[in-house]
Design a protein around this ligand. Structure first.
Ligand code: ATP
Ligand code: MG
Length: 501
């Protein structure tokens, strides 16, 4: 018996009369119940077949639930397990409740009456009348050792071989899925290719996407951006590339004793690539990207927001390795610590997030982005929370050159005649977003001009002349950001400025 079946058996032995197994995988729960039913007879009820044989699922009699329960209400024929599947729809029926209560009561107090009820359902509905009798049993998801075992068993059944390294890598990606889901993916992978290898990680990611979509608190994002789409920010890029090597070899890294990267905070100027980098980390780390919107966590009932956060964290952990992106974090947590600055709920959420980041030992890599850290409480930025804080400034000359190239090439309008160097003098203080806007507008102008078919330096210069860049239009805000950053120990995301005309 493993830990899970042991725990379930101990509930039965201690006369818990109704055990509610909140799980969708009936195959897994059947195996579990069978394992502990050493001396008990098992009787199953489900809506499709009425009373069915627990082993064969062949219908024995097409009773409705009430009739089925009534038959067992007077059962003194030794130890019995009643397995009631997906009956949560009936848990508002007074007769059903009364029968469940009566059987539970007899199990507790009547001699020679040993009937334990198992409700197995994918939804947890506990009527107030049964609250005292019900024990909720959560089937834990398999740990890494168990996942290895599942994969090995699968291979053995198919008489199929796989190197230890591939097993290890798949096992890590499977973390967070149930046994049922793992076997389904293995089956699918095997059927599709006739073999299973690390390329099948994509199937695992898709399955995990399903879990997140159902969660409602997190969003899974699919961006095609890679670090090649980011112009400049070389310090940041090489730091991330290093951490990616750890994430891409998590198993070996952990065995070697490398600390798992916790996360990064990107602070800085608007439109300069913070969100872009967050998106690109997903490809770089080869893991799913989840976005946490703090605003969406806020609920109207007491404790609801905290529960939402803890659910989001549980899902992120289940889906890990993954990236958890918290964009514009200052908007959610502005004013904490100042009197009257933030609501109690926000303050509590903030505290919970801090504790989680501080203590976490999982493979959820956090990417937090923010413009204005003067509004963020200082605790958030203290060392130990994030592995590193990076400051993303307006691009220097070299970086602007690369950004121009990236956006022109993306739109197939890059040509050797374009003299980008001569654009740099005119674009000091431009953000990446400004440059992108210039490129877009120029291409549009050229398209609409019947005389023209290629983009020239002059076309770009003409648009630059009429554009007001962000650093000008947001001058006050930007001065404030710089001032708040001057007191902080943050690393520049770009290499030392050079070639800035
Ligand atoms: N360094 C860069 N390289 C290439 N493109 C860039 C760069 N910085 C910005 N851009 C372009 O500008 C767009 C907006 O940038 P992004 O959303 O990353 O800015 P941000 O730093 O998150 O700004 P904000 O603080 O306003 O959220 C990007 O999608 C990209 O097209
Ligand atoms: Mg952004």
């Amino acid at each position: 018996m493993n830990n899970t079946s042991h725990k379930l058996a101990s509930y039965v032995d201690s006369l818990r009369p109704i055990i509610y197994i909140n799980h969708f995988d009936f195959h897994a729960t059947d195996l579990l119940i069978k394992e502990i039913a050493t001396t008990a007879n098992v009787y199953e009820y489900n809506d499709a077949g009425g009373h069915v044989d627990f082993d064969t699922k062949i219908s024995k009699s097409n009773f409705d639930l009430e009739t089925f329960l009534s038959a067992f209400d007077n059962n003194e024929s030794g130890e019995s397990f009643l397995v009631l599947k997906d009956i949560h729809f009936y848990l508002d029926n007074p007769k059903v409740i009364a029968l469940l209560k009566s059987i539970a009561f007899k199990n507790l107090y009547k001699d020679n009456f040993y009937t334990t009820i198992f409700i197995v359902a994918s939804q947890l509905i506990i009527p107030a009348e049964l609250d005292k009798f019900i024990t909720v049993f959560e089937v834990p998801i398999p740990n890494i050792n168990q996942i290895r075992g599942i994969i090995q068993q699968f291979l053995q059944d198919l008489q199929f071989d796989m190197t230890d390294n591939v097993i290890e890598e798949l096992a890590l990606s499977f973390k967070g899925l149930s046994e049922f889901e793992i076997i389904q993916i293995l089956n699918l992978a095997y059927q599709q290719g006739g073999y299973i290898d690390t390329n099948d990680k994509q199937l695992i990611i898709e399955e995990k996407e399903q879990i997140i979509k159902k969660s409602g608190t997190l969003e899974i994002l699919n961006f095609k951006e890679t670090l090649d789409d980011v112009g400049g920010l070389d310090n940041l890029k090489s730091w991330l590339t290093q951490k990616a090597k750890i994430f891409n070899n998590l198993d070996q890294a952990i065995k070697f004793g490398v600390d798992i990267p916790k996360g990064i905070m990107l602070i800085g100027m608007p439109g300069c690539g913070k969100s872009l980098v967050a998106k690109a980390t997903s490809h770089l780390f080869e893991v799913p990207l989840l976005r946490l919107d703090i605003g969406k966590l806020l609920g109207k009932y007491v404790g609801e927001s905290e529960e939402n956060l803890s659910r989001a964290i549980r899902i992120a952990e289940a889906v890990s390795p993954c990236i958890l992106w918290i964009d514009e974090i200052e908007k959610a947590f502005a004013g904490i610590g100042e009197s009257g600055g933030a609501s109690d709920v926000t303050t509590r959420l903030f505290g919970n997030i801090l504790t989680w980041i501080q203590d976490k030992e999982n493979t959820v890599f956090i990417v937090a982005t923010s413009n204005d850290i003067s509004k963020l409480p200082a605790e958030f930025l203290r060392k130990g929370r994030f592995d590193e804080l990076f400051f993303v400034d307006f691009p220097n000359g070299d970086e602007r050159k690369k950004i121009f190239e990236i956006h022109l090439k993306r739109r197939n309008k890059w040509n050797r005649m374009i003299d980008i160097i001569s654009l740099l003098k005119e674009t000091d203080g431009y953000s990446g977003a400004d440059i992108e806007a210039v490129v877009k507008e120029t291409i549009e102008n050229v398209f609409l001009d019947p005389e023209k078919d290629t983009v020239t330096t002059d076309d770009l210069l003409a648009v630059i002349k009429t554009t007001k860049c962000l650093s000008e239009s947001l001058k006050d805000k930007i001065d404030k950001i710089r001032k708040s950053l001057s007191k902080m120990n943050v690393k520049p995301a770009s290499e030392k400025k050079k070639n800035n005309p």
